[in-house]
Each structure stands twice: as C-alpha cells, then as structure tokens.
Design a protein around this ligand. Structure first.
Ligand SMILES: [Zn+2]
Length: 60
C-alpha cells in the first residue's frame, strides 16, 4: 500500500492538527474529516504547500 503523496504532512485547515497521524487517515481519500474539530479537509495536490509560511502567506 503506497501513499498518493509520499512524504507530505497533512494538517487541518481549521485547527492545525496533524491529519496523517489520526487513526484511519489515508491520503487516497479526497476528503478527511479532522477528528479534533470535525473540519472536512480536502486532500489534493492543490493543497500542498512547501511550508507553513507559504500556506499562511497564500491564505490572504
Ligand atoms: Zn481540525
């Protein structure tokens, strides 16, 4: 079983929780519901940022 996005760390868009450590997380899913806050995060290449700074800067 391989990951769609090897080496990518996924974080919740709302609360910032690490998603890939949550039970049952699978990056083959297109939507992952954060177990911390319930936010539905989209798991796709358009949501990959090089760093958290890029993420926050691009969020404006
Ligand atoms: Zn969350």
């Amino acid at each position: 079983m391989s990951e769609r996005f090897p080496g990518i760390d996924w974080f919740c868009d709302r609360c910032g929780a690490s998603l890939d450590t949550q039970p049952g997380f699978d990056d083959h899913k297109y939507i992952w519901r954060c177990i911390e806050c319930g936010h539905k995060n989209s798991i796709s290449s358009t949501n990959i940022y090089d760093s958290h700074e890029d993420y926050w800067n691009g969020k404006e």
